[in-house]
Design a binder for this molecule. Structure first.
Ligand SMILES: *Cc1c(COP(=O)(O)O)cnc(C)c1O
Length: 393
């Protein structure tokens, strides 16, 4: 880091697997390699390790161990929650309520169900990306079987009033799912106070490995499997368990929970320094909620330039950032989240998302604050849309 800067500010896309987590995982590749379903003693350590990880995940979420089901990540957890409920409760009703700003793992799943005859209500959000609990209540119909509202948004970091929405769902006896993938390790997550029936998490968003996650399923809830083929996970999720991944998930969530409050305080200080610095650039605005937002999320619009072009110049300066979600940044589509917040099409292309991590330092922030204004000015000087008063040449 002496002269060649390498600053990673895309922790909402993925995080570095922490070395301690890697160490915890390593014995489960070649040493304790047994199939957890096998009956001989070599398999016992795999089985024990899975149950140990399940205890850690349950403890972090305020859940019972029997309510934690391991999956291949956030995408599978979201797909399973929604499809599993649609399949098990579709006879009772075929209406699902969600929001316009969900992750595509939720949105594309309900879109697929729409083709199969389900009706979907996409709740709007305000300019800060906030869903109102009243709008949830108004959308409920006699045939509503599921409400799915994310806890925290991956692009703009807005934290939803999930506890209130959960109370509403409960009072109407409707099943409530929340995608909490971005929230773990950043804000407290407790399945009981949130009043959720289903909750998705993913290890690689909080210092764990990619390709492993979990779905919390409240005891007694009827849900069909997504994957069939074996008796694993209480017969609800077939497939030989990803033992090293599950061990990594357990180690990462225990670590994330232990350091959360100290880390959040540090992130908020760095976030403020970064936001205050970036907003000194003329014609720039913060996307998302000013206070109800993830401690590590910064999302800024600079008028007259495109997010993608900023990214290339930041990369040339050793800064890894994003325009929105990892999935949309590869395409050139405008962000559905920013569009839902009411931004016009041109601006929904133009945002810069910087998401801090536990390794981010004050020096990193100051370096970024040195680079971004120069990059923005250079692009504005090149853009035909830039008004004269913002040009340097
Ligand atoms: C990353 C993410 C997902 C997908 O999780 P994967 O483990 O990458 O499949 C789902 N929802 C949100 C909010 C996310 O940020």
């Amino acid at each position: 880091m002496e002269n060649k800067h390498e600053i990673y500010l895309d922790n909402a896309a993925t995080t570095r697997t922490h070395p301690d987590v890697v160490s915890a995982m390593l014995p489960y590749f070649s040493l304790h390699f047994g199939n957890p379903s096998s009956l001989y003693s070599i398999a016992r350590s795999s089985r024990t390790a899975i149950e140990e990880a399940r205890r850690k995940v349950a403890a972090a979420l305020g859940a019972d161990e029997r309510e934690i089901f391991f999956t291949s990540g956030g995408t599978e957890s979201d797909n399973w929650a929604i499809r599993g409920i649609a399949s098990a409760h579709g006879k009772k009703g075929r209406h699902i309520i969600t929001t316009a700003i969900e992750h595509h793992a939720v949105l594309h799943t309900v879109e697929a169900l729409e083709k199969e005859g389900f009706e979907i209500t996409y709740l709007p959000v305000d300019e800060y990306g906030m869903v109102s609990p009243e709008s949830v209540e108004e959308a409920i119909r006699p045939d509503t079987i599921l409400i799915s509202v994310m806890l925290a948004n991956n692009e703009i970091g807005t934290i939803q009033p999930v506890q209130k929405i959960g109370e509403i769902a409960r009072s109407h006896k409707i099943i409530f799912h929340s995608d909490a993938v971005q929230a773990i390790g950043q804000i407290p997550v407790d399945v009981r106070t949130m009043n959720v029936d289903l909750l998705s998490i993913s290890a690689h968003k909080f210092g764990g490995p990619k390709g492993v996650g979990a779905l919390f399923i409240r005891r007694g809830l009827r849900i069909d499997p997504l994957l069939y083929g074996g008796a694993q996970e209480q017969r609800r999720r077939a497939g030989t368990e990803n033992v090293p991944g599950i061990v990594g998930l357990g180690a990462a969530i225990e670590r994330a929970a232990a350091m959360m409050s100290e880390k959040a305080e540090r992130m908020k200080k760095l976030r403020k320094r970064l936001i205050d610095g970036l907003l000194t650039i003329p014609k720039s605005r913060l996307n998302g909620h000013p206070t109800e937002r993830l401690p590590n999320n910064v999302n800024i619009i600079f008028d007259y330039i495109e997010g993608e072009s900023i990214l290339l110049l930041l990369d040339a300066n050793g800064i890894a950032a994003s325009t929105g979600s990892a999935c949309t940044s590869a395409s050139l589509d405008p962000s559905h989240v920013l569009l839902a917040c009411g931004l016009p099409h041109e601006q929904a292309h133009g945002s810069l998302r910087l998401t801090l991590g536990e390794e981010t330092t004050e020096a990193d922030i100051d370096y970024v604050l040195g680079v971004v204004p120069t990059v923005v000015q250079r692009l504005r000087d090149m853009s035909p849309l830039t008004p004269k008063e913002l040009r340097t040449r």
